[in-house]
Design a binder for this molecule. Structure first.
Ligand code: HEM
Length: 276
């Protein structure tokens, strides 16, 4: 329901645009949105997904070892850390622990501010979120500057945005667009995936039979080659696990709201929706 042809347009609250940036994909519509979306789709190439899956697997294996030593584990908090690290590696190749931790805290403050009342007074969550956004922008600006000077050029999503492509759709993006959309992707990729993991753990705990089936089906895949990290080939063999993911996404509302504005009066299933 995002396109003009459907009679609706995406319209996030002004305060969200202030936090994510007005160049963010989430705050754009029409042609600008199409161009940006085309550029960002590079994130989902088979090569990028394949290396992310391996990194994600390594992070999960490391976390599971650490969890064994603990009495209590808060799955959502832990999943937020794993998905944050995975997405930062995928987007900007950031792996240094201290820098990751600083960025993670700043992004968490931006996320908290997204659902706060937009009062810009020094003691409010919204104000703290705006300050955190500025720190995130400074961090990303420095990383981009470093790359533009040719001092660092890992093969990642940021590098693909900095390079000019062949088609008009691949025109260079301004630093502001890259920064706003990197923050958007970190947030969009982190919370959604972490919530999905937390829901799946809950559902699998409540459905022991399914949990045993998935273990029985997938342990042999690991035993084939216990030292190798997961690749797309093995993921493609995990059809039962894929059904669990889809069912968890169906049962839990990961994204509970996505605002649209009606461009003209219309009816949906008998309900009258007025323009605006
Ligand atoms: C379980 C995982 C996920 C779920 C359930 C999910 C769900 C959604 C939904 C419902 C929207 C539409 C929002 C709107 O139009 O207002 C959306 C948009 C978006 N998501 Fe996800 N998402 C997931 C994972 C990810 C990941 C991993 C990334 C990137 C790394 C991502 C990036 C985005 C972006 C950039 C948009 C904006 C798209 C646009 O405006 O064209 N999402 N997602």
């Amino acid at each position: 329901m995002a396109s003009d042809s459907m009679g609706f347009e995406k319209r996030y609250m002004r305060s969200i645009a202030e936090l994510l940036g007005d160049q963010s994909l989430l705050c754009m519509s029409g042609d600008l949105h199409d161009v940006l979306r085309h550029r960002l789709s590079g994130l989902f190439t088979a090569e990028s997904l394949c290396s992310t899956i391996k990194h994600f697997d390594a992070l999960v294996v490391k976390a599971l070892k650490e969890w064994k030593e603990r009495e209590t584990v808060f799955v959502l908090d832990e999943a937020m850390k794993i998905t944050f690290n995975a997405i930062c590696k995928m987007l900007i190749s950031l792996e240094r622990v201290e820098e990751l931790e600083k960025l993670r805290k700043d992004v968490a403050e931006v996320i908290e501010a997204m659902l706060a009342f937009p009062f810009k007074l020094p003691w409010t969550r919204f104000y703290r979120g705006l300050k955190a956004r500025k720190r995130v922008m400074d961090t990303l600006r420095n990383i981009i500057k470093f790359r533009r000077q040719g001092l660092d050029h890992p093969k990642d999503f940021l590098q693909s945005l900095l390079m000019k492509g062949e088609s008009p759709f691949d025109a260079p993006l301004s630093d502001a667009k890259i920064q706003d959309n990197t923050l958007t992707l970190i947030i969009a990729g982190q919370i959604t995936t972490a919530s999905a993991i937390a829901w799946m753990v809950k559902y699998l705990d409540e459905n022991q039979e399914i949990q045993e089936t998935v273990r029985a089906l997938h342990f042999p895949l690991e035993i084939k080659d216990p030292d190798t990290l997961l690749g797309l080939d093995v993921i493609n063999e995990m059809t039962f696990a894929s059904k669990i993911v889809k069912e968890a996404l169906r049962m839990a509302s990961i994204v509970s709201w996505f605002p649209r504005v009606a461009l003209r009066d219309c009816y949906i299933e008998g309900y009258r929706i007025m323009k605006g």
